[in-house]
Design a protein around this ligand. Structure first.
Ligand SMILES: [Fe+2]
Length: 403
């Protein structure tokens, strides 16, 4: 379901509408959800799995994120399918047709936009013998930049971008071709934790797609890159990291509904040095966080502040908004009894030029009354600026966009 908050003349308007996807229609016909690609068993048979690339209609539940590409609004997931919608009415326009012949099986719902050049980037993993990481521009007509053969592709939820480079972080959570052909589990269940392998950071030239360097680091797992930038020493890469992929077990719908216990993601700052091939890191936040956001004006540049949701010490699910000052290693927290916020989105003050001057917007479930509200916080202090209540609850989502 798409949700929109619109601000005008001092008032906030809320609207919502289901994306009219095949997955939605199938769920309506069945009377229950099911056709998803992450951690709900899609019940795909071996045959369906083999045809996955040919029969994408089961996998168009584009419920992970929203992107604005060349003035058009797309809902995205990790299959290479996008659904276009009208941002005013939230009406579904239809499956977005890429005007190119590129194809693959697994992509990211987090394409990155380079404001300096107006180019967006993404990757598209193609399963096969060998499998390939295909790096490309993102838009109506994608352009292939590079294609790296890989024996066992990793599950990569997002990536990072500096001024000149793209960085793919390949955690040792690798696709098992045998599982994808022989088991009846959701796609995420076809990846195997291989802690004997290193985490690899693949640094690619943004213009040519060429692999410039590969770094290794200790095995770990993560979904979200915060940001990356170039320094005199090499590249700096901020990531939210877990010791292993067991966080995925906590994201299954049954577990979330019955006994949620989300682990805390660690904010790590990796340095990929100009000399050598090993990456080292420091933990730059004293508390854990997820769904990280920055002031987008700092994208690919040195950033100081990171915002996200966190799990409090006595909590089991995201119950606080966290702001980290990575220079001072200092943290500010917003929380309220019985309240569960989602991803905080940074909105810069239109007159401001300094990093972090603006608001954070987040949708909060108020468990005390079973309804949700949009919360605006001063991004510098996490003090409340205002809230707009909705008459009902808004189901938890993942990622949003301010336009
Ligand atoms: Fe994400």
């Amino acid at each position: 379901m798409l949700h929109a908050f619109t601000f005008a003349q001092g008032r906030v308007r809320y609207s919502n509408r289901f994306l009219d996807s095949n997955a939605y229609r199938a769920a309506r016909a069945r009377g229950a959800p099911g056709a998803s690609v992450f951690a709900v068993d899609p019940g795909l048979s071996l045959f369906s799995r083999l045809l996955m690339g040919l029969l994408p209609f089961q996998l168009d539940n584009t419920n992970i994120s929203i992107a604005q590409v060349a003035g058009r609004f797309l809902a995205l997931t990790e299959t290479p399918l996008a659904i276009e919608f009208d941002p005013e009415t939230l009406r579904t326009i239809g499956a977005f047709r890429f005007r190119d012949r590129l194809h693959g099986h697994l992509t990211t719902a987090h394409p990155l936009y380079d404001a300096a050049t107006g180019v967006s980037y993404t990757y598209l993993t193609r399963f096969g013998l060998p499998s390939r990481y295909q790096i490309m521009t993102f838009g109506a007509r994608r352009r292939m930049l590079g294609s790296l053969p890989v024996t066992a592709p990793g599950y990569m939820h997002s990536f990072a971008m500096t001024e000149r480079y793209l960085v793919l972080s390949e955690f040792p959570f690798l696709l098992s071709m045998r599982d994808i052909l022989s088991t009846k589990v959701p796609l995420i269940g076809c990846f195997r934790w291989r802690p004997e392998r290193a985490t690899r950071f693949l640094v690619l030239d943004k213009r040519t797609g060429e692999l410039v360097r590969t770094y290794e680091a200790d095995p770990c797992f993560g979904f979200h890159h915060v940001n990356a930038y170039e320094t005199g020493e090499g590249l700096t890469l901020d990531l939210i990291v877990y010791p292993d992929p067991s966080v995925i077990d906590q994201l299954y719908l049954d577990t979330l509904a019955q006994r949620p216990r989300l682990p805390s993601g660690e904010l790590r700052r990796y340095v990929l040095p100009q000399r050598g091939r090993s990456a080292r890191y420091a933990v730059v936040s004293p508390v854990g966080l997820e769904l990280p956001q920055i002031d987008e004006r700092q994208r690919s540049r040195r950033h100081r502040y990171v915002y996200g949701v966190g799990v409090s010490q006595r909590g089991a699910f995201f119950d606080q908004i966290v702001r980290v000052d990575t220079e001072q290693r200092a943290v500010a927290i917003w929380s309220e009894a019985g309240c569960y916020p989602g991803e905080p989105i940074f909105v810069p003050d239109p007159g401001a030029c300094a990093e972090g001057e603006g608001l954070l917007l987040t949708i909060v479930l108020d468990g005390r009354c079973g309804t949700s509200f949009l919360l605006a916080l001063d991004a510098a202090t996490l003090e409340e600026v205002g809230r707009a209540r909705v008459a009902h609850h808004i189901p938890f989502g993942l990622h949003g966009l301010y336009v």
